[in-house]
Design a protein around this ligand. Structure first.
Ligand code: CP
Ligand code: NVA
Length: 306
């Protein structure tokens, strides 16, 4: 198992499968009333430079439910906000806690912290990746649909951090992925190219959302302007309008398709109220599964594979 969880590409299929299997067991045990203590006496520090509701609370709840403790620090209230180098911050925090959970802008920030940290660093979202979210989302897909290998999984909208992590997941886990993104809003080209070269099943980038969604089993959408892109939000409203997931577009998917949204959702932008609140949408299962997946991630990175 890798020391850090920065991007899904850094893991083997067996390792990603272990996270998925373990999270499902932990979820079942939690539902059966079992009290976990695997992380008793352990501490994590959550270092966040961007807002969060789900990721923050689900990591904190996961740690508490495993018997551990959490120290949350917003980066701007720490000495990082006054210019203390990442390499000093990483070396100091690693003397206090058993893992760092980091939400920041540049992937290179998470990488630098990991380089200097003696304890695992977990990427809780950067501009480039959102790996823990995609693991939780794939857990949700498996709950709904079973075996990934025969599914048509579709991404519609911005080729953002979520899309990049889906692309890597498809290549490592071996499922097919079809993306529909407007021109100039593609996934990271190097990530896409590397994933396509490694992939067993096609990873296809299209422009037309109605073509991409044809007979889809799983349809993913996300906000049109991610955190840090607020200045572009208005321009993006026009560019992305044809990519809105509404009932008419969803009609092209398989009749039993499930709709994923990592949340927060902007109703009647990337997804209509009708689709978000409709029976095919599993966004709140995704949100719950973040906690179970984070338990598995914390357990494996802090304690090692069981
Ligand atoms: N899905 C997700 O990462 O949500 P938060 O920004 O609320 O953590
Ligand atoms: N792409 C979104 C995901 C939010 C969870 C963002 O980065 O803001």
């Amino acid at each position: 198992m890798n020391t850090h969880l920065l991007a899904l590409q850094d893991f083997t299929r067996t390792q990603l499968q272990s996270f998925l299997d373990r999270a499902a067991v932990l979820k079942k045990e939690t539902q059966d009333g079992l009290r976990h203590q695997q992380l008793a006496g352990r501490k994590i520090c959550m270092l966040f430079e961007k807002p969060s509701t789900r990721t923050r609370v689900s990591f904190e709840a996961a740690m508490y439910e495993m018997g551990g403790q959490v120290i949350f620090m917003s980066a701007k209230e720490s000495q990082l906000g006054r210019g203390e180098p990442l390499k000093d911050t990483a070396r100091v925090l690693a003397r206090y806690v058993d893992a760092l959970v980091v939400r920041t802008f540049g992937q290179e920030v998470a990488e630098e912290l990991a380089h200097f940290s003696a304890v695992p660093v977990i990427n809780a979202l950067t501009d480039l990746h959102h790996p823990c979210q995609i693991l939780s989302d794939i857990m949700t897909v498996i709950e709904q649909k079973g075996d990934l290998s025969e599914l048509k999984i579709v991404w519609i909208g911005d080729g953002n951090n979520m899309a990049n992590s889906w692309v890597q997941a498809a290549s490592v886990l071996g499922f097919s992925l079809t993306l529909a993104c407007p021109t100039r809003y593609d996934p990271d080209p190097a990530i896409l190219r590397a994933a396509q070269q490694r992939a067993e099943k096609p990873i296809t980038l299209l422009r037309n959302p109605a073509e991409a969604i044809q007979n889809a089993d799983v349809v993913n959408v996300d906000v049109w302007a991610s955190m840090g892109q607020e200045d572009e939000a208005e321009k993006r409203l026009d560019v992305f309008q044809p990519y809105q997931l509404n009932q008419a577009l969803l009609e092209h998917a398989a009749p039993d398709a499930v709709v994923l949204h990592c949340l927060p959702a902007h109703r009647d932008e990337e997804i209509t109220e009708e689709v978000l609140e409709g029976s095919q949408c599993v966004a709140f299962d995704q949100a719950e599964n973040k906690m179970h997946m984070h338990k598995a991630i914390l357990e494996y990175l802090i304690n090692g594979m069981v």
